[in-house]
Ligand binder design. Structure first.
Ligand code: 5RP
Length: 228
């Protein structure tokens, strides 16, 4: 199977987690695009979606799925999104598509985060994928210097503006042994909107696709895993 076929398998498996007659939280990226296409096939079962990016909103709308403003929504039972890396404790690096801030906001409002990935995304230690950091443009140099002091090599993503009008700085060279602490530390740098570490609010369910099928892992005290 190709990587894209694996992404699709994980995305379709996420349809099992949709709660009927509710608003679905929708992430961003190529894996989520498959999820949106799958969601369209059960469109009549949901009220609509809250989206984490203009790109996902456009795809949802093209399928005739109503897209709601988060400010008018009190409850999102399930949020479905991909990841650039995920570890065994379900901490993630996200933001490869630059949508990390809105993704983090929608995830924060959601009861359950279902992460959909092909098996290449599961890592022992986070950090091989450069960590995206969303930054207010006038603070770019200041934040880059601070990220260098933390041991990273920051690089402003070229020709890219986030949906919020900001820069993305991709930070390579970080070995992230304590994702929770580093997430908080980077967010303390003045000018940072947020960073792509999702540790304080990690995933609750991981749907991990490889050529043998989609493995369903649930985060609980025992980190139990079942393969379907
Ligand atoms: C976008 C993200 C995506 O979830 C992440 O980049 C994974 O993308 P893909 O599904 O295309 O591999 O965080 O900001």
């Amino acid at each position: 199977m190709t990587q894209d076929e694996l992404k699709k398998a994980a995305a379709i498996a996420a349809l099992d987690y949709i709660v009927d007659d509710t608003i679905v939280g929708v992430g961003t990226g190529s894996t989520v695009n498959h999820f949106i296409d799958g969601l369209a096939t059960i469109r009549s079962r949901i009220r609509g979606a809250v989206s984490s990016s203009e790109a996902s909103s456009a795809r949802l709308a093209a399928h005739g799925i109503p897209v709601f403003d988060l400010n008018g929504i009190e409850e999102i039972p399930v949020y479905v999104d991909g990841a650039d890396e995920i570890d065994a404790r379900f901490c993630m690096i996200k933001g490869g598509g630059g949508a990390l801030t809105r993704e983090k906001i929608v995830a924060a409002v959601s009861h359950r985060f279902v992460c959909i990935c092909d098996a290449t995304k599961l890592v022992g230690t986070l950090g091989r994928f450069p960590l995206p950091v969303e930054v207010v443009p006038m603070a770019g140099s200041h934040v880059s210097r601070a990220l260098t002091r933390l041991g990273g090599q920051p690089r402003v993503r070229e020709n890219f503006v986030t949906d919020n009008g900001n820069l993305i700085i991709d930070v390579s060279g970080l070995v992230i042994t304590d994702p929770l602490a580093l997430e908080a530390q980077i967010n303390q740098i003045v000018g940072v909107v947020t960073n792509g570490l999702f540790a304080a609010r990690g995933a609750d369910v991981l749907l991990l696709a490889d050529s043998g099928g989609v493995e369903r892992r649930v985060r609980d005290a025992n980190m139990t895993a079942t393969r379907t």
